[in-house]
Design a protein around this ligand. Structure first.
Ligand code: PNS
Length: 160
């Protein structure tokens, strides 16, 4: 049985993430999506429980996809779930330096391989950071995120 582990901050999940998860779900028997802490990033907008809830709703239609949210090292999750490989999306060259470094570190730490899926050009400019900013100032993000996320973003900033 092949198991892909797709990690990320998912703060919040967007259509670019969904594309990578859907494509991986056709290549692997099971996909485990892990919402994790990224210590390089400042205070998240959504906590891990909220991020998991949004992922669960957005991915409910996919039978072979499971969600976990944990605050630990990615390689520990990979070992716990018996991952065949970590799968990450690449939007642009600018993603590559950081992703390469993490892939090499994770392989050194535990031997786990990282595979990359090239995102389609229609999603390559979408980033959670930009979506948070657009939504914060009242912009419309509905074209870029699942419905549950658009609603949660609106609720989050309703009182600002
Ligand atoms: O969506 P992101 O923020 O680019 O995802 C980065 C993430 C969460 C996958 C990365 O920060 C991570 O793996 N965090 C868990 C802690 C860990 O294992 N750090 C070492 C990475 S080499």
């Amino acid at each position: 049985m092949t198991i892909a582990l797709i990690p990320g901050s998912f703060d919040p999940v967007h259509n670019g993430h969904l594309e990578v998860i859907e494509r991986a779900s056709r290549l692997f028997d099971e996909v485990i999506v892990a919402a994790l802490r990224n210590p390089q990033k400042s205070q998240p907008l959504f906590d891990l429980v909220e991020r998991k809830e949004m992922l669960e709703e957005a991915l409910a239609h996919m039978d072979n996809v499971r969600i976990v949210s944990v605050s630990t090292l990615l390689v520990n999750v990979a070992e716990d779930v018996g991952a065949s490989a970590i799968v990450k999306g690449l939007r642009a060259v600018s993603d590559f330096d950081n992703e390469l470094q993490m892939a090499q570190m994770n392989r050194k730490l535990s031997g786990v391989e990282t595979l990359f899926i090239a995102s389609s050009s229609e999603h390559s400019f979408i980033a959670s950071r930009l979506l948070r900013e657009v939504a914060r100032f009242g912009g419309d993000v509905t074209a870029f995120v699942p419905k549950v996320v658009a609603v949660r973003l609106q609720e989050k900033f309703a009182n600002e």
